[in-house]
Design a protein. Structure first.
Length: 353
């Protein structure tokens, strides 16, 4: 009987995986909307306690989110584009200064055999500087020329908020119907599985989002104090990719170090850049992650990298965003499957003093 149950379970998992791959483009907006609904549902529940109707609470949330996105679009995006344009415009001067400072230093270390064609680099920088400066502004035009990809992008852009509204409005009713879809004998295990999954996802999603925003703020503010032209794009990018262990730190300090050296030609500035990211890493490891995320996720860094690559392969950019929450939930489910089929892992015997 146990072998039969295991066989049916493996068949169900295989069929589910096949359907996931086949329906990936269709499922993506629904998965994103479900993920956002899960994140914002506690806020809607809190608003309900103040005697606000649930539909009105969801509408109020949408108004606040729209206002935040509009403010970010009006204040943040123009400044990021401005910093990229300023850096691109000054890139030939940076390369000229690098030839005056870096090339003699390299030749003193490795001899006259070191030869860098800075004139060609300057010509390429001048030729492509305008393209670099207008890359963000031309994104919409490139999407409009890509036909079906543009149509799919805008459909998802409209579909996600619509699905999110209905999921948030009917979240409690949908959750209450789930136990009725499974046999009564399975309901206790399903309840335990749901509770543990909720603990893991709640700790990860809400906590990790706060950590990413905090690190983006810390890195951007610190690089602005350093005086880096690309402070906002580098700081925000380093913060947002920090969901991969050490990736945000590595990407940020390498990009900021190169940009700072090209801009200032002063090794002391590199030390200040290192201080900014060291402070960010220290705060993340000692304050942000322990208090906001905790240690209940249980994903090895190798599993994190694999989950992100697999999510990107299946669902593209949005799959990268969905990968870690899905991996955290799957880890919980696999532990329950292992416990049901094989039994709980043996406990280690305590050593006697």
């Amino acid at each position: 009987m146990s072998d039969t149950r295991a066989l049916w379970l493996l068949l169900a998992l295989g069929l589910s995986g096949w359907l996931l791959v086949v329906l990936a483009p269709v499922l993506t907006p629904f998965l994103i909307a479900a993920l956002l609904a899960y994140v914002f549902n506690p806020l809607i529940t809190w608003l309900e306690r103040w005697r606000l109707p649930r539909a009105l609470s969801v509408a109020l949330l949408f108004v606040v989110l729209a206002g935040v996105l509009i403010l970010l679009g009006l204040w943040l995006v123009p400044r990021i584009v401005q910093q990229i344009a300023a850096f691109a415009a000054r890139l030939p001067d940076y390369l000229e200064a690098a030839r005056a400072h870096v090339l003699p230093w390299l030749q003193s270390l490795f001899g006259d055999s070191v030869a860098v064609d800075f004139e060609t680099l300057k010509e390429q920088a001048v030729a492509h500087g305008r393209e670099i400066a207008t890359a963000a502004a031309g994104l919409l035009a490139r999407l409009s020329r890509s036909g079906m990809q543009a149509a799919a992008f805008f459909v998802n852009l409209v579909l996600v908020p619509v699905v999110l509204f209905y999921l948030l409005r009917d979240w409690n009713a949908l959750v209450q119907r789930v136990p009725g879809l499974v046999p009564a004998a399975w309901r206790p295990r399903l309840a335990a599985l749901a509770r543990e999954t909720d603990e893991v996802l709640g700790a990860f999603l809400r906590g990790q989002l706060l950590v990413m925003l905090a690190l983006a703020t810390i890195y951007s503010t610190g690089l602005l104090f350093v005086g880096l032209d690309l402070a906002l794009p580098i700081g925000i990018t380093a913060g947002l990719v920090s969901f991969v262990p050490y990736l945000g730190f590595i990407v940020g300090i390498v990009a900021a170090g190169i940009a700072a050296f090209l801009q200032f030609h002063d090794p002391l500035v590199l030390a200040w850049v290192a201080v900014v990211f060291a402070v960010g890493q220290t705060l993340e490891g000692t304050l942000l992650t322990p208090n906001l995320v905790g240690d209940r996720i249980g994903l090895h860094p190798v599993a994190v990298i694999f989950a992100i690559l697999a999510g990107g392969q299946l669902f593209g950019f949005f799959g990268v965003l969905l990968a870690l929450p899905a991996a955290a939930a799957i880890a919980v489910w696999l532990r329950h499957v292992h416990s049901g089929l094989i039994g709980p892992p043996p406990r280690r015997a305590r050593r006697r003093a």
